[in-house]
Structures are given as structure tokens and as C-alpha cells.
Write a protein that binds this ligand. Structure first.
Ligand code: ZN
Length: 469
């Protein structure tokens, strides 16, 4: 059995979790962030920063998962976004805490739903605990007429200096920023390409002193996406030896510190290795994963959370109208997800194509149980599946016109389902915000007041056939 306690016989996703998740997506959509205005971008960047405080809190207090506080909604949004990148999530967690046990925390969907249903009024105890620990206000406003300037530590001389909020948001989010900001001491110009390249070189140098702290992205197995500490050590040692041969050294000035420079060395290192290994098995240094985990990512995580959250609003906008209409649809999606996992397992190592499967709510809900999700997808597919894997498969199907047996056997079922839900949702799916109907509210209130377990049991009939014993 597993070390994380997720059994093969337990259901990956239950109906009620999906319902709670839908309520959370509705709350996210009500924040009004899907259009990247300056206010929305400023909010997302602040949320990303506040999420760091949440990790400090989890790391230090290691609360009982059942009694965890509900962090502010902006922090929940970042946590949710981070979890939807399951590979990087598990690696960040390991790199930042060296504690696998923190993988056990799941998004407390049921309790978040309770707050949502009482008109988003936070528990006073949660507010107090959050504020005492983080020294940050609980509520973050999307529109703030006078936001504080950002306090930034210079990556070269460590001087802390202020960047006005408007300039900071522009520099962080605009590929061609109008504003600029520089360190008053060493005069380096602050921009994401330089800052993230410097973070790479700093981690590189840190590794030469302490080999237990590797580069972001290096811990992930290039095939399965699962963490692999031995593999990381091998990759780091090989890359280090090759960099020494190539005389790749960290730049001594901010003006020559950029990703173009690093990528040239990455490519030279892999080519050199390929030439030497041409009569053996090729060895992949995994530099694409390392690049992905650093490039233009400012902060300690290996995902650009603000932009990932912004992107997810598109998915949320597609999901909400389709999954609210009927609880039967939601239940069917939980079943389809289980069936899909079975199909993945039966197809051995090859993922069957995902036609007819949008990145659906059951899949996303499962990702909010990170340890369980990792075990399940490793068991069925020998890899930690990411949303991008599935989207890529769906695209492949569209472009080649091919389809797999599973999708074909479900085609009629899916099209009738989608026509029905999409048809009813058309008027609200584009520009107008999604509004809860009175019956939706009543349904949610019933859910919030019912005991979770008995509710799940009453639906067990439809899910039982997909349990694995
Ligand atoms: Zn400086």
C-alpha cells in the first residue's frame, strides 16, 4: 500500500467534491479577474506574493488537514492554480520544504463552500490566525486606488528598493513594458528575464556548495513527471561537468544575465553529451524542464502563478455554464473520468487520445487532492498527467481527425450530453457573467447543510461500478 495513504480502492473523485469545486469556480469568476486590466493583474501579482506567506505558514505550523484555516480567496486561487500544475506543485513542495508530508494537504473544498454559502463571510478565527501569522490583511481588494509600492530585493547587491505599483505591474506582466525600474545602488535594471536568469545562476552556485538543493525542474523525471531524487543528482552532476568543460560561468553583470545566454550553454551541453553517447543510450539533461521552471518566473515557485491563473479563467468560463445545469451531468462526468482512467490503464503506456474530453471538472477536482492524484495517475498511466498532456492529445485528435476506440464508443453519449448542456448555456457562455439561478442557490444550500458522507452514499450506485478492488 502507499505511503500517502491513498488506497487503490478509494474513489478518486466523488460527486460532492465536484459540486463544491463548481461553487469555488463560481466564486473565482465573481472576482472579475478574467480580463487582464491593470487592477486584475495587480491583484494576481499581490495574490502570488501573499501565497508565499501561506506556504511559510503551512511549513511552520503543519496544521491538522481537517482543521486547516481557510486562507483568503486570493490565496485559495493561487493554491488552486498551483495544484493544477501537479508536477511542478510536488517539486516545489519538496524543494521548498524538504518535507513530503506537506503533499497531503488538499484544498478544503467543503469548508470553502460553507464560507461561500454564507455570503463569503470568513470565519473570524481564520481571519485572526491569518493576520497574526502573516501580518497581512485578510481581504485583498481588486480595486485599490493607492496600492503600496513593491519592496524588491536587488538580485545583485541585495539592496531593498521600492518600485511604484503601476510600474511594477507593467514590468512584470507586459512583454514590452512602458516603465523601467532600477536598483539605486548597483543600477541594475529590474525585469523578469534578468531576474529569473539570475535566480537560475544563484541556484546553480548554491548547488556547488550543497548538492542536496538542486535546480528547479531537475527533480522531475523527464518521462513520468514524478519526482526522482537520484535522477536529479545524476542530471545535476552531468550538467555541472559539461558546463565546466564549456567554461560556462555565471555572468558578472546584470547586462549579460539573460536566458539567451543560458540556453546557448544548455544546447551546447546536450549536443556534447549526445556526441559522446552516440553508441549508447542517449541521456536527456532535462534542460527544457529547467528552463520552463525558471524563465520569466519571478519568486520561489516554478510556475508563473499569476499568468497561469489568468489562463485558467478561460477554462472556468467554459466549465461553469456546462456543469451547473444538472447534477446528473456532474455525476456522469465523475463516472466518465473514472472510465477514462481505466481506458488509460488498458492502453498500457500509450495515452489514448482524449477526443470528447474537454479538461473536465472531475479531472480538475482530482488534482486538488495532490498526493492522491499523483498515486492514481502513476498507477493508471505511469506518469503524473498534466492538463497540457490532455489538451495536447485533444488537439492532436482534431488535427489528424483520428479517434480512439474509447472515444468512439462514447461519441454518441458525449455529443448528446454536450449539445444539451451547451445549448442551454449559450446565452451566458460568452460576454455575460455567469449568474446563479434561484434553484442553483437552493441546491447549493441543501448541499451545504447535508452531511457529506450520507450524500455520497446515496449516489454510490452510479459510482460503484468504477471502484477498483
Ligand atoms: Zn543592486
Amino acid at each position: 500500500m502507499s505511503t500517502t495513504g491513498a488506497g487503490f480502492t478509494s474513489k478518486p473523485v466523488d460527486f460532492l467534491s465536484i459540486v463544491y469545486h463548481i461553487a469555488l469556480l463560481r466564486w473565482f469568476s465573481e472576482l472579475g479577474l478574467e480580463t487582464p486590466t491593470d487592477d486584475a493583474l495587480g491583484y494576481l501579482l499581490q495574490a502570488e506574493k501573499r501565497y508565499e506567506a501561506w506556504w511559510d505558514m503551512l511549513k511552520e505550523t503543519k496544521p491538522d488537514p481537517e482543521a486547516i484555516i481557510i486562507p483568503p480567496i486570493d490565496v485559495v486561487l493561487m493554491w488552486h492554480t498551483h495544484m493544477l500544475n501537479p508536477r511542478q506543485y510536488q517539486e516545489d513542495l519538496y524543494r521548498m520544504t524538504k518535507d513530503h508530508s506537506l503533499h497531503k494537504y488538499e484544498l478544503p473544498l467543503k469548508r470553502i463552500n460553507t464560507v461561500f454559502m454564507r455570503r463569503k463571510a470568513a470565519d473570524p478565527m481564520d481571519v485572526k490566525t491569518w493576520s497574526l501569522f502573516t501580518n497581512l490583511p485578510y481581504e485583498l481588494k481588486v480595486t485599490d486606488s493607492a496600492p503600496e509600492p513593491w519592496k524588491v530585493a536587488c538580485p545583485w547587491c541585495q539592496t531593498t528598493f521600492d518600485i511604484p505599483h503601476v510600474s511594477y505591474v507593467d514590468i512584470r506582466t507586459n512583454p514590452k513594458p512602458k516603465y523601467s525600474a532600477g536598483c539605486p545602488d548597483c543600477h541594475c535594471q529590474y525585469f523578469p528575464d534578468m531576474v529569473s536568469a539570475k535566480a537560475f545562476w544563484d541556484d546553480w552556485q548554491a548547488w556547488t556548495k550543497d548538492t542536496t538543493v538542486g535546480l528547479r525542474g531537475a527533480y522531475l523525471d523527464t518521462k513520468s513527471g514524478d519526482w526522482d531524487l537520484d535522477g536529479a543528482a545524476e542530471k545535476m552532476e552531468k550538467l555541472h561537468a559539461l558546463f565546466q568543460e564549456l567554461e560556462a560561468i555565471p555572468p558578472d553583470s546584470w547586462s549579460s544575465c539573460d536566458w539567451g545566454h543560458i540556453l546557448r550553454y544548455f544546447s551546447a551541453a546536450q549536443s556534447l553529451l549526445d556526441i559522446r553517447n552516440r553508441h549508447e543510450h542517449p541521456f536527456t539533461l532535462g534542460t527544457a524542464q529547467i528552463e520552463k521552471a525558471y524563465r520569466d518566473v519571478v519568486g520561489p515557485f516554478s510556475v508563473s502563478l499569476w499568468s497561469s491563473a489568468l489562463y485558467n479563467f478561460k477554462t472556468i468560463k467554459r466549465i461553469l455554464p456546462n456543469f451547473w445545469a444538472s447534477s446528473d451531468v456532474t455525476k456522469r462526468h465523475a463516472n466518465r473520468y473514472h472510465a477514462y482512467l481505466v481506458a488509460l490503464n488498458e492502453h498500457d503506456q500509450d495515452l489514448p487520445s482524449a477526443s470528447g474530453f474537454e479538461p473536465d471538472i472531475a479531472w480538475l477536482t482530482h488534482m486538488l487532492r495532490p498526493a492522491h492524484y499523483r498515486e492514481y495517475t502513476l498507477m493508471f498511466t505511469q506518469r503524473v498527467i498534466e492538463l497540457a498532456d490532455r489538451v495536447a492529445l485533444a488537439d492532436q485528435v482534431v488535427s489528424t481527425g483520428s479517434h480512439d476506440e474509447y472515444a468512439a464508443s462514447h461519441a454518441s453519449h458525449d455529443s448528446s450530453l454536450d449539445q444539451r448542456t451547451r445549448g442551454s448555456a449559450t446565452p451566458t457562455s460568452d460576454s455575460t457573467p455567469v449568474v446563479m439561478s434561484l434553484s442553483d442557490i437552493k441546491f447549493m444550500q441543501t448541499m451545504a447543510h447535508q452531511d457529506g458522507n450520507s450524500r455520497v452514499l446515496s449516489h454510490k450506485g452510479s459510482l460503484a461500478s468504477f471502484e477498483y478492488k
